[in-house]
Design a protein around this ligand. Structure first.
Ligand SMILES: Nc1ncnc2c1ncn2[C@@H]1O[C@H](COP(=O)(O)OP(=O)(O)OP(=O)(O)O)[C@@H](O)[C@H]1O
Ligand SMILES: [Mg+2]
Length: 1272
């Protein structure tokens, strides 16, 4: 039972919750309402009457198609319903039968789909009474397949046209008007369309069954001969008329005896043109066509040969003009024609040896029979030649992968006078019914039992008993009995018939047979048929007398010779096969052929005998419902499983649906096919009662389930493609983001390195010589230098710069300090000052009472000889300068260590650091001292009073700062949003990801057509072996390319807010990322921020200069000389500071960027301690990999419109992102109508984004803040 395909895939399923109910379509109301049930498995009561009711309702409503599961029931409408248009056809394309109303196109679609999907040959078996619509259905299937099977190739189009052209051609030669059907197929036909592995038709083949040749020589009243005779006699060209002496159909006995020349709805002249066109499409040459028509003319003229009875009772040719013309047409001696038609050669046999040969004259009846036999033989052979010729033209152009067969065979017949022909026709119908029973009822039920599927047997009539009655050899059936009768009384037909009558008595034991003298009755599945025995044996013998063969053999017409090329060997003792033998063999071959394919059934029903579009003959239909076994069909279908397939095939088709059986498209299941199949069905979440596992096959209850599996399979490919795309995009994003973070991290650390060098150097200078403040030991603090942001843009910083008249000079250190101010006759006092240090001088800035500031003192560095400080934990220091009026400044500075390191670095350690219990300094011109005493009563810092500083005990001089607080991992921003990467970036536990299972060979992987496939050269699909590692290491990656940096210029000034960047007109910025919403992320002076893209215009790229090689760091200067004073505690000079990389490198386990998540701006740009762009920073920029920015979907978009001139009003801002010799032609006879993707470090100028707000204990404050951030 054919199951078609996937369920609908039209609309994407919306996620639950957010899904909106689709708006109802008003057109629904205009749709024709379906009547009854479209699938009779849904009938509430299953009886012949309820089936009939349903069919009647539907037929009356113009719905001629109804299903029983996958079987299509079609009731002939006898009118044009307009349901075979291209529009209707395309509605069925790619749809499974549940999605669309029942239709013959749906059966065609299902066969075509299944062939392609399961690589199995398909067949469509169309059965039903004569006139029920089999031929029409077959034509629609061909129409559908030709329309959907694609192929732009000329040869494919040619095959399609040929297949369609076989219909008019074979209908002309094989169909005739009968009492039941105006276009009754008088032969059976099995058309097989061959397809390549892409599902394109590449060839076709027709097998012809049982042409009713008796029709050529006679028809019953109101029936006609084959259509071609009327087409030819009515519409032949003048040339043909002249050549073949052709006249109208009424002039020939064979076409006029039944007195029927016209048929309603048939235009013979038009059909003749169609026939000629079809011959042309199929490739019949003019010569071949001419020969075909010559044969038709021979037959027509043969029919007009009249025999007169002579006195001796023998026959004589009434008009030798006719036989002369026949001789001319057959290209034989006309005398021989006369002789052959009126006498026969009889050879006596003696003891098996040849004896004397006699010419025995024939009586008129015998002569007429001989004449008709010749006419029938010519037509039959001509028909077979045409079929064979068609097959030559439609020969497969390339290797055949699969085949779809369409069986349109004559329908079951019951006439008043039923003879051998009806017996054969009805026999073939019995065989087809048996296939149906076998596959839908018997085999199905037996399969359930065999597969141990729970099953309650359903009774049905098995017609095997009737088939056996006709075809069995032992005990002999009807055909065997006929053969025996022919063999025993071969010379006398009447005697043979009698012999057969006697033999029929032996068949009477069969309940389906009744012998009734000269008749016998067979109870067929479709009804009881009474057959007349007279002439039966002769028809079964179906042999031309030897004389007729000799006549044909004497012909110089090559075509005629070809038609009779298969003449029996007269010397052979072997009995030539009888007609019964042949039909048995061909029916058997047909059954075998059909059984090898996956069948689809169309059961046609004829609603009345009058070709009426309105008459519903309930009795006749009930009869058909009964014998077609529709009721049993529904019961079995309802109780059974819609689909089953072997475990191998199921696994092969659906292994992709389970992660347990597949990995990246490979089959990975290691168990057997059965367990794999079960796993798949479980993993797909199909309800358990929807499927059962048999012994060798899996069974699926409802077709919807199979469709669902097919849909899942379809989606698998789509989602895999999407996954690959997503993974690729993620990879590129990830790669670029990683590169960006690495660059940023490096830049930040590089800056931090500079600061750390200053710090470490400072601590080394003072190490072991001066007590330390407790807070300074808390953690490493970076020495930032310019605490007052003189290098930056803060107000205080700018003021100081201008007061000190620094110009572009960079400040290396700035801080608030206290200075000891000496007043005459009064004790010295502390007063606040600003201290600014540049590479040239130290500035002391004083704030006057009015708030204005002045440079109180500028001390060139060169004049500072030494720095003096105590060995206690105080913050005092004196800058010992060359003698001057102002004396040496004595400062109280919290950043004394940093200041010292700064000054030493600036002077290349060109000043001494004096440390002792006292500080000596020049007060004006006099030298004086400040004493330092420990005083634990001092609560905070230290206190100066009368040349003495009271300071509580500090930490020992040997104490070292605690290492920087370990950063907590913090919240790491995900690098990508894709599902393929874990949040926060790839896991550092690779084992956590699913291990890749090894590919497994597919169980019992079938090769649909082994011979054919190998001929194609395409090896059957096999699962590749698991990948092996390449022992050769891969080549090193190519060097990184210089990055492509797009620069943009600001067309207008833009005042940025938080997260945005402020731009001045003509500012050049670097593009980091383009966002669809009109905002771009840009970078200017190492600062990143969003800016409206319509404010920016692209700067044409310049040729980049080769970046200068980076200079090695300067050699460390000699360590600063320590001049020991009498009070000096340490005389050793500090060794040159060796900066351990470890001391400044980041924690290896720390994640980039998230190191100080709270301190970084939201866009992840510069850290607070970040240095402004410097030569080294530029260099690191140049190392940015090509395409380091994430690819933007807008990359291919046209640039935004650029205003010709800057307008006074800036553009609106988008909302922010987120040859031969012939005897002379005799005169044409008048045809009578007889019967019718470590030295002191060189200080770089450091800027700080924002001015500090206070300076109480900054070191402590910074340490606290770092700790707080880390805690966050
Ligand atoms: N689907 C249909 N729509 C309209 N008319 C139809 C349809 N099917 C059949 N007919 C009409 O019924 C006539 C008989 O159909 P068809 O020739 O297919 O019968 P058949 O089953 O092949 O009979 P036979 O066994 O005698 O060849 C057609 O010529 C056509 O007029
Ligand atoms: Mg037909």
């Amino acid at each position: 039972m054919a199951i078609s395909k996937k369920a609908g895939k039209k609309t994407a399923v919306k996620s639950a919750g957010t899904a909106k109910v689709a708006k109802a379509d008003w057109k629904e109301g205009f749709k024709k309402k379906q009547v009854g049930v479209s699938d009779m498995t849904l009938l509430t009561t299953i009886s012949n009457d309820s089936i009939n009711d349903n069919l009647q309702k539907r037929w009356t409503n113009g719905e001629i198609y109804t299903y029983i599961g996958g079987v299509l029931i079609s009731v002939n409408p006898f009118r044009d319903l307009g349901i075979y248009t291209d529009e209707t056809l395309h509605k069925y394309k790619g749809k499974n039968r549940l999605e669309v109303p029942p239709h013959v196109f749906s059966i065609a679609e299902s066969a075509y789909y299944n062939m392609n999907a399961y690589h199995e040959n398909q067949c469509v078996i169309i059965s039903g009474e004569s006139g029920a619509g089999k031929t029409e259905a077959a034509k629609r299937i061909m129409q559908y397949i030709a329309a959907v099977s694609g192929g732009v190739d000329n040869s494919i189009q040619e095959i399609k046209e040929m297949v369609l052209a076989t219909n008019p051609l074979l209908e002309s030669f094989g169909c005739a008007k009968t009492l039941r059907n105006n276009n009754s197929s008088r032969h059976g036909k099995y058309l097989e369309i061959m397809f390549n592995d892409k599902g394109e038709p590449i060839g076709a083949q027709i097998t012809n069954y049982l042409l009713e040749k008796g029709r050529v020589v006679g028809q019953i009243e109101n029936e006609r001969n084959f259509h071609i005779f009327y087409q030819f006699t009515k519409a032949a060209s003048e040339d043909q008329r002249e050549q073949f002496g052709l006249q109208g159909p009424e002039s020939y006995a064979y076409t006029s005896m039944s007195n029927c020349f016209e048929v309603q709805d048939i235009d013979d002249s038009k059909d003749y043109a169609d026939t000629l066109n079809a011959m042309k499409i199929i490739g019949l040459s003019n010569q071949e066509q001419n020969e075909i028509f010559r044969m038709l003319a021979v037959i027509l003229w043969l029919g007009n040969v009249q025999f007169a009875e002579m006195d001796d009772g023998n026959a004589t040719i009434a008009d030798t003009g006719v036989t002369d013309f026949i001789g001319y047409l057959m290209e034989v001696d006309s005398a021989m024609v006369q002789k052959v038609l009126t006498s026969k050669v009889v050879e006596t046999q003696r003891g098996g040896r040849r004896g004397s040969v006699y010419d025995v004259p024939l009586n008129p009846a015998q002569a007429t029979a001989g004449r008709d036999a010749l006419a029938k033989a010519i037509y039959n052979n001509l028909f077979e030649w045409i079929v064979a010729r068609i097959n030559v033209s439609m020969k497969a152009r390339s290797a055949t992968a699969q085949v779809i067969g369409i069986l349109d065979i004559f329908g079951f017949e019951i006439f008043e006078d039923n003879s051998f022909e009806q017996l054969c026709i009805n026999y073939v119908n019995e065989k087809l019914q048996q296939i149906f029973i076998e596959l839908t009822l018997k085999t199905e039920q037996e399969e359930y039992v065999r597969e141990q599927i729970k099953w309650t047997p359903i009774n049905y009539f098995n017609n095997k008993i009737v088939c056996d009655l006709i075809e069995e050899r032992k005990p002999p059936g009807i055909f065997a009995a006929l053969n025996d009768a022919c063999a025993t009384a071969h010379a006398d037909p009447a005697a043979a018939d009698n012999s057969f009558v006697q033999r029929t008595a032996m068949l009477s034991s069969n309940a389906h047979f009744e012998s009734r003298g000269a008749q016998f009755l067979v109870r067929h599945y479709a009804g009881d048929v009474m057959y007349n025995i007279a002439g039966m044996t002769d028809k079964n013998k179906d042999a031309l007398v030897k004389d007729l063969f000799d006549l044909v053999g004497s012909s110089s017409n090559q075509f005629l010779q070809t038609l009779f090329s298969d003449r029996p060997d007269p010397s052979s003792k072997k009995r030539p096969p009888t007609a019964g033998d042949r039909i048995k063999v061909s029916a058997g071959a047909l059954v075998d052929n059909l059984m090898r394919a996956q069948p689809s059934y169309i059961r046609t029903i004829k609603p009345n005998q009058n070709r009426s579009a309105t008459e519903y003959d309930t009795k006749a239909i009930l009869h058909q419902i009964k014998y077609l076994g529709l009721q049993e069909n529904i019961r079995v279908r309802r109780a059974g499983f819609a689909y089953r397939n072997s475990f191998d095939k199921m696994v092969e088709r659906f292994y992709l649906l389970s992660p347990s059986t597949s990995y990246a498209g490979e089959y990975t299941w290691q168990g057997d096919a059965k367990s794999g199949c079960e796993r798949i069905l479980k993993d797909t979440g199909i309800a358990k009662d929807e499927w059962q596992m048999g012994v060798t096959k899996a069974f699926i209850k409802n077709p919807e389930t199979l469709f669902a599996l097919e849909t899942m399979r379809d989606r698998y490919w789509h989602s895999m493609a999407a996954r690959i795309q997503r993974a690729w995009r993620n990879y590129w994003r990830y790669k670029n983001e990683c590169a960006r973070r690495i660059q940023k991290f490096w830049k930040n650390n590089k800056d931090a390195l500079e600061y750390a060098k200053v710090r470490d150097y400072g601590h080394q200078v003072l190490a072991g010589r001066k007590e330390r403040r407790r807070y300074s030991l808390l953690s490493y603090r970076r020495f930032l230098g310019d605490y007052l942001d003189v290098n930056g843009k803060s107000i205080i910083g700018s003021d100081l710069r201008s007061i000190c008249s620094l110009g572009a000079e960079q400040v290396t250190f700035s801080s608030k300090v206290q200075i000891l101010v000496h007043k005459a006759f009064r004790s010295s006092k502390c007063s606040p000052r600003f201290l600014v240090v540049t590479a040239k001088a130290v500035y002391i800035v004083k704030t006057l009472e009015k708030g204005s500031q002045i440079v109180e003192r500028k001390i060139p560095l060169i004049t500072i000889k030494s720095i003096s400080m105590s060995n206690l934990r105080d913050d005092w220091l004196a800058l010992n300068c060359n003698a001057s009026e102002e004396g040496d400044p004595v400062l109280h500075c919290y950043f004394k260590t940093e200041l010292t390191a700064n000054l030493l670095t600036l002077t290349q350690a060109g000043m001494n650091v004096l440390i002792g219990p006292t500080i000596e300094y020049a007060k004006k011109k006099d030298k004086t001292q400040i004493k330092f005493v420990k005083d634990e009563t001092i609560a905070k810092d230290d206190v100066y009073k009368s040349h003495t500083v009271h300071v509580p005990s500090g930490e020992p001089p040997s104490s070292t700062s605690r290492p920087a607080a370990k950063r907590k991992p913090g919240i790491v921003r995900p690098i990508t949003q894709g599902r393929l990467l874990r949040a926060g970036g790839p896991s550092n536990k690779p084992n956590a990801s699913r291990p890749k299972p090894a590919a497994q060979p597919m169980p019992g992987r079938s090769v649909p057509s082994a011979t054919v496939k190998s001929a194609l050269g395409s090896a059957p699909r096999s699962v590749p072996p698991p990948p092996t590692r390449n022992p050769v290491p891969p080549p090193p990656p190519p060097p990184l390319k210089e990055p492509d940096v797009e620069l943009y210029k600001a067309k207008f000034a833009f005042e940025g807010q938080e997260g945005e960047i402020s731009l001045k007109k003509d500012d050049v910025v670097e593009l980091i990322e383009k966002d669809d919403n009109g905002w771009w992320l840009v970078k200017k002076d190492e600062q990143e921020g969003w800016a409206p893209n319509n404010y920016l215009e692209l700067v044409p790229p310049k040729t980049k200069a080769v970046p200068a090689a980076r200079l090695p760091p300067p050699r460390p200067p000699p360590p600063p000389a320590i001049v020991a004073t009498s009070t000096s505690v340490s005389t050793s000079r500090p060794t040159a500071p060796v900066i351990s990389v470890k001391s400044v490198s980041a924690d290896a386990s720390a994640k980039p960027v998230a190191v100080f998540p709270g301190l970084a701006p939201s866009n992840g740009s510069a850290a607070p301690w970040k240095k402004p762009i410097s030569a080294s920073a530029n260099e690191s920029l140049n190392t940015t990999p090509a395409n380091s920015r994430p690819s933007s979907s807008l990359a291919s978009k046209p640039p935004p419109p650029v205003a010709a001139k800057p307008k006074p009003v800036p553009p609106p801002v988008a909302s922010k992102p987120n040859g031969g010799k012939l005897p002379a032609k005799p005169p044409i006879p008048t045809a009578p109508r007889p019967g019718a993707g470590a030295a002191p470090p060189k200080i770089s100028t450091v800027s700080k984004p924002s001015a500090p707000t206070g300076q109480l204990d900054l070191a402590a404050a910074f340490a606290k803040r770092a700790q707080r951030v880390a805690d966050d």
